[in-house]
Structures are given as C-alpha cells and as structure tokens.
Design a protein around this ligand. Structure first.
Ligand code: GLU
Length: 448
C-alpha cells in the first residue's frame, strides 16, 4: 500500500473519527490522500489554511424523510440524501442513486469522488451526490412516480441551476428524471431546464447524454491502449453490469471492433462467446426492465451463471461498470493470470484498493473511475450549456465534444503522473490534477 504522508495522516484520522463507520468514504479519501503526499512534498503551501481538511468536509449535508404510498395503499418511508460537497468550481453537480444499499457514507464517497472527477472535465461544475435507500426493483411506474414526487417535494428547496444540479446514477434514469423535473417545475412554477440533467430530448435534454458515460469510458481506454501502440479492434472484453453505463460501453467497444463476451446484473452474469447481442440486451434491460438471466433464456448460445465472479471470464480488457468494490483482489489476480492488458472503470470505485495495487504492480493499464467515467457528467455540463443558451446540439457535435473532453482528461492525468514522478499512474494523475484545480479556486476565495 502506498503510505499516507505523515503531514496528511492527521487529516485522515480526523475524517475517520468524524465519519465513523463510513467505510466507502474512508476508502475514497484514503486513496486521494495517498496521492497528495507527492503534492505537499513539492508544494507545502497546499497545507496552508486547512485547504485539504476543508475539501474532505462537505459544505452541506441534507437528510430527509421520503413518505410515499404503494400500490396496495400502504404508507412507506424511505430516507433521502443530498451531500453538497464542494462548490469551488461551479454549482454542486452529481447524480442521484436509488438503491437499498444507499446510506450517508455511500453518498459521501460518491460526492467526494465527484469533486475531482468534475474538476478533471475542465468544465464549471462543483461536486455533489444524492439519493435514497428506496429500492426500485419490482416497483410499478405509479410507485416510482409517487416516490420521485415525494423525494423532490423536499429536495427542490435545495436545488437551482446556479446552486445544485442533480442527474441520474444507479436506479435513476430518464423515467425518474422526468418525474423529478415535472415535480420541480410544478413546485417552483419555473421552467428551469438547467436544474437537472439527463432530461428527455423533448424537454431540454442533450443528445448523447444517455450514451456518454459508456462511450467516454471506452474513449479513455482507447487512448490508454494507444500509449502502448494497441487498440480495441480484435480484443476480447468483459463489461460488468447491464445498466446504462455497461450498455453503451458495450456498444462503443463493438463499434471499434472489439468483442464483449460477458455482462452481468446483481443476479449473475451471462457469457456469450459470439459477442453480446446488443439489441437483445437493450430490449431486456431498457424496454422490459428484466433480469440478465433472460438473455440466456432468449439466446440459446449464451450461458447464465449465478455463482462465482464475472471476472473469472478471460479477457484482454476489463471494464467494471456495475458498482463499488465489485472487483476484489482475488478477481484482479484472476484477470492478471488470464492476461488482461487494460482495466477501465465505468462505475465509481469498482476496484478494491488491493485490486488497484495488483493491477498497477503488474504494469496493467488502469483507468480509475473518476477519470474514465467522467464522460457522463461532462455531457451533463454540455446539457447545462445548451440549456443556458436555449440551444440543442446535434448528436455528432455533442459526441465530438465528449471525445475531446475524454482525450483532455486522459492527457492531463498522464502528464500529471509524469510530472509527479510516476509515469503511467492514472490514479495519481487523476487525483492530483483534480485536486490542484479545486484547491486553486478555494485558495482564491479565502477561508470559506
Ligand atoms: N452519476 C454520474 C456520475 O457518477 C453522472 C452525474 C451527472 O451527470 O451529474 O458521474
């Protein structure tokens, strides 16, 4: 494990004390502080004015009750969250996650990662995250709508296009954003398109936003592969998950001539040696909202496996695109033994610290989520630009901007890693490059 610089140790100890039991948040902060040792060695002035302590403490945390009525007429109660972590570079920006595992520690880890990710895009967005422990699985449209309306009834007073701009994350897609936006508009009596992103195209959404996280992650990996003189064409890939990120990761890999042989959901994974049939996958996941096991039921050449790990499937390129800590040290060992050459994180923090260390020690190209999956939020910022100018760009124009932004993120991570003496270490490069942007803005504002 890289050691934390002794000047940064008390900061980590304070975070652990103050946020007791929030393991994922501790993990995310630890990883960033490990990288910052090299910064404070070179630039001790970053230790002034408690700059790093302030970055680790959210500006505001909102926790609220979300009551709603299910289809049987029973009243249900969930807990809602929004962590407004850092607004040095722009309004708080980050998605909403609806999943039973959500708690304040999960939202804080996601919000903390979001600060650096958003900074890396070079666009004017701060960092935030929100969500609820609501489980959308098996809920009717009416239940989802009533839940979203209740959630927004509290949250709306904390939002605004210049204040805080949520979007989707796990469990929150176009349908939920529609219900949330409708309720915001109704409560405020304002058509404030820029208050949410990931909107439908007919009411202010951006083309290519749906595809952006997956496409962007593939662009990032493509550029990493380029540093070793190779490419996606002819490669075998495994993409975990089967939500929005995974689907458009698979689509872009296939476009570039790679073959994706497996994907998954929380029930297990499917292996299709001929390459995932994307039309079938979209129909199952986007249209019917069914389980991935359906894929094997409808495609006879595929197998569904409900035990073990998707990372047992041999591949050249692994793109974990499901959820945090889904790829363990044991999985990393397996992937390395099977000859993986690159790992690009489509999800947020999907690899455990041990897995990251193993990949890096083995010299495998490793693109951390806060860099590799920044295409989604970057395109959200492009949606905000279009809303601010009451404009709507073509798919091609938007995708071109996305590709440029991903190239920029890759290159600043690579250049920063080199500058700080660890060429090829995208974790270090992403953490430092993101940090420096946020820290410079915070320094300009004085102690606030
Ligand atoms: N939830 C996505 C992320 O993890 C997107 C956030 C957004 O578009 O605001 O970056």
């Amino acid at each position: 494990m890289p050691k934390i610089d002794e000047k940064l140790e008390p900061i980590l100890a304070q975070v652990q004390r103050r946020n007791a039991g929030e393991a994922e948040f501790h993990q995310a902060v630890t990883e960033v502080l490990e990288s910052l040792g090299r910064v404070v060695a070179k630039r001790p002035d970053y230790l002034d004015h408690a700059l790093i302590e302030r970055i680790c403490e959210p500006e505001r945390q909102i926790i609220f009750r979300v009551p709603w009525v299910d289809d049987g007429g029973d009243v249900r109660i969930n807990r809602g969250f929004r962590v407004q972590f850092n607004s040095a570079l722009g309004p708080y920006k980050g998605g909403l996650r609806f999943h039973p595992s959500v708690n304040i520690g999960i939202i804080k880890f996601l919000g903390f990662e979001q600060i650096f990710k958003n900074a890396l895009t070079g666009l004017p967005i701060g960092g935030g995250k929100g969500g609820s422990d609501f489980d959308p699985k098996g809920r009717s449209d009416g239940e989802i709508m009533r839940f979203c309306q209740s959630y927004m009834t509290e949250l709306h007073r904390h939002l605004g296009e210049y204040t805080d701009v949520p979007a989707g994350d796990i469990g929150v897609g176009g349908r939920e954003i529609g219900y949330l936006f409708g309720q915001y508009k109704r409560l405020t009596n304002r058509y404030e398109a820029g208050v949410l992103t990931g909107k439908g195209l007919v009411y202010g959404g951006s083309r290519a936003r749906t595809e952006a996280t997956g496409y962007g992650a593939v662009y990032f990996v493509e550029r990493m592969l380029g540093t070793r003189g190779t490419e996606f064409a002819g490669k075998r890939a495994v993409v975990s998950g089967s939500g929005n990120v995974a689907i458009y990761t698979i689509e872009k890999i296939q476009e570039l001539g790679g073959k994706v042989v497996a994907c998954s959901d929380s029930g297990g994974y499917v292996v299709d040696e001929d390459g995932i049939d994307l039309e079938l996958l979209k129909d199952i996941k986007e249209v019917r909202r069914e389980r991935i096991s359906e894929y094997a039921a409808r495609q006879s050449r595929a197998h569904f496996i409900d035990s073990g790990s998707i990372w047992d499937v041999p591949c050249d390129i692994a793109m974990p695109s499901a959820t945090q800590n889904e790829l363990t040290g044991g999985d990393a060992r397996k992937l390395i033994a099977n000859g993986v050459i690159a790992v690009g994180e489509g999800a947020n923090m999907p690899s455990t610290p041990e897995a990251v260390r193993l990949f890096q020690e083995a010299g495998i190209l490793f693109g951390p989520g806060k860099a590799a999956n920044a295409g989604g939020v970057a395109t959200s910022a492009l949606e905000m630009q279009q809303n601010a100018s009451r404009d709507s760009w073509t798919f091609e124009q938007t995708e071109r901007r996305l590709a440029e932004i991903m190239r920029g993120i890759h290159d600043i991570c690579a250049a920063t890693a080199e500058e700080y003496g660890k060429p090829g270490d995208y974790v270090l490069g992403a953490n430092i490059a993101g940090f420096v942007r946020v820290a410079e803005a915070m320094r300009a504002f004085g102690v606030i």
